[in-house]
Design a binder for this molecule. Structure first.
Ligand code: SF4
Length: 430
């Protein structure tokens, strides 16, 4: 299949101190049309800098010193800025982590989508207004005619992210870059937004470069995964291979750091140490100081890029010679994950610390010259919950929540996002 996005040997420096920081070092990847490619890693690994390099939106201190970024064969790094302005929002759309910071608080949502369409579509007048309504409808904003006249502060977090997605889709991009698109949202809204992105991607056959630190999001969304560490890709595989047999010791530690039921009475596993300073010169493996399997060679020689299975590559000296004794199977959460099976966590053993009964918060919708109340947005509608002493929580006397709990218990798939999707499929309100 022809590649849509092809990045070759990308090197990016950040001039923020006395020594330049090698934020991205020799990164190569390929994304095909209609594919979701997840770039996974902890903060500071270079994921967002990679995304900004594709858009050519690096901060002033950033410099692409080497490499090539091709979109459908067009080399983006040599295009004039005027052509890049056309490509951004048109051939490449982008959504960010925090929608409140990305939307203009003093413009209505309709006006913000209109701005994008004026720039990229050539639509005017009625056709323009119709397209705004269509986009809002497409991303699931109820009553779009009313809501396009409202300001971002009148939208919930999930609704704001939907508006951001509408803006990103306005130019019908071939590639959508989603940088931690659901990190700022609560888990059920995350599931809805991810579901929406997947639906729209299939409708438009759009490729998605998904940047995330969340293995649950990767499990739900990705066709292929690349793990980034200290400015480099250290493992890449299709999703199934990655979740069945992640190979790199760092990938194993990411799985081991996930919370699980059998760890409830222990502290969470953390990856000790920090990402190394990227302004220094490396002589061996960048993960050596944090790796339980490191030996002399790891500190002296840079590990090569090794193919350990079809489409599965890793940068580690353990391969290909020691695959059998590489590391034990990853600590993947299944039924042990507390989000999937909260019932076994010993709840309800202590007296309630906080109890909420039938909480309702409704916002009036004003219409007309006299601003009469025409209806209500029921932001919270009859929520009851209880939090016991200590760190546990549970839903309390709520039949919908009970269905959610049952669905999670019966869910054998991976992660909390999966649980929320299952609830949706079973028509449980979440
Ligand atoms: Fe660990 Fe050595 Fe592999 Fe690096 S090369 S991940 S230090 S075993």
């Amino acid at each position: 299949m022809t590649a849509l996005l092809e990045i070759n040997n990308l090197n990016v420096l950040l001039h923020t101190g006395r020594q330049p920081v090698h934020a991205v070092n020799g990164l190569s990847l390929v994304i095909h049309p209609g594919e979701t490619f997840a770039l996974l890693g902890e903060s500071g690994s270079g994921k967002s800098i990679t995304a900004l390099s594709v858009m050519r939106l690096l901060p002033d201190a950033g410099e692409i010193v080497h490499g090539s970024i091709r979109l459908n064969g067009d080399e983006l790094l040599t295009l004039p800025e005027s052509t890049m302005r056309h490509i951004r929002g048109n051939r490449i759309g982008m959504i960010f982590q925090e929608p409140m910071l990305s939307l203009n608080p003093v413009m209505t949502t309709g006006a913000q989508i209109e701005e994008v369409l004026l720039q990229h579509s050539g639509l005017r007048g009625t056709a323009l207004q119709t397209r705004i309504l269509e986009l809002l409808r497409q991303v699931g904003i109820p009553d779009p005619a009313q809501r396009m006249a409202e300001y971002p502060f009148q939208f919930s977090g999930g609704m704001k992210q939907r508006v951001m997605i509408a803006m990103a889709l306005a130019g019908k991009p071939e590639l959508l870059i989603a940088d931690e698109p659901t990190t700022a949202l609560d888990v059920t809204i995350q599931a809805q937004v991810l579901d929406l992105m997947r639906e729209l991607q299939q409708q438009e056959n759009m490729a998605v470069l998904l940047i995330t630190h969340d293995l649950g999001v990767v499990a739900e969304m990705a066709h292929r995964v690349a793990v980034m560490y200290a400015g480099q890709i250290i493992e890449t595989a299709d999703r199934e291979s990655f979740f069945q047999s992640a190979a790199h010791p760092y990938s194993h530690k990411l799985f081991a750091a996930l919370p699980a039921r059998n760890k409830r009475n222990h502290g969470l596993t953390v990856i000790s140490g920090n990402v190394p300073v990227l302004s220094k010169k490396f002589t061996g493996c960048r993960f050596a100081d944090r790796c339980d399997r490191a030996w002399e060679k790891c500190h002296q020689i840079t590990p090569p890029w090794v193919e350990i299975a079809p489409q599965h590559h890793v940068r580690c000296h353990l391969y290909p010679d020691h695959p059998a004794d590489a590391l034990p199977r990853t600590n993947r959460p299944s039924q042990d994950h507390p989000a999937i099976n909260p019932s076994a966590s010993g709840l309800n053993k202590t007296a309630p610390l906080l109890r909420v009964e039938q909480l309702k918060i409704h916002f009036p919708i004003y219409k007309g010259l006299l601003k009469r109340v025409a209806g209500y947005i029921k932001a919270v509608d009859g929520v009851s919950l209880q939090i016991d002493s200590g760190k546990h929580w549970r839903w309390w006397e709520n039949p919908v929540a009970e269905k959610l709990r049952q669905a999670r218990e019966s869910c054998s798939s991976y992660g909390r996002h999966r649980a929320a999707f299952v609830c949706k499929m079973k028509n449980y309100a979440v």
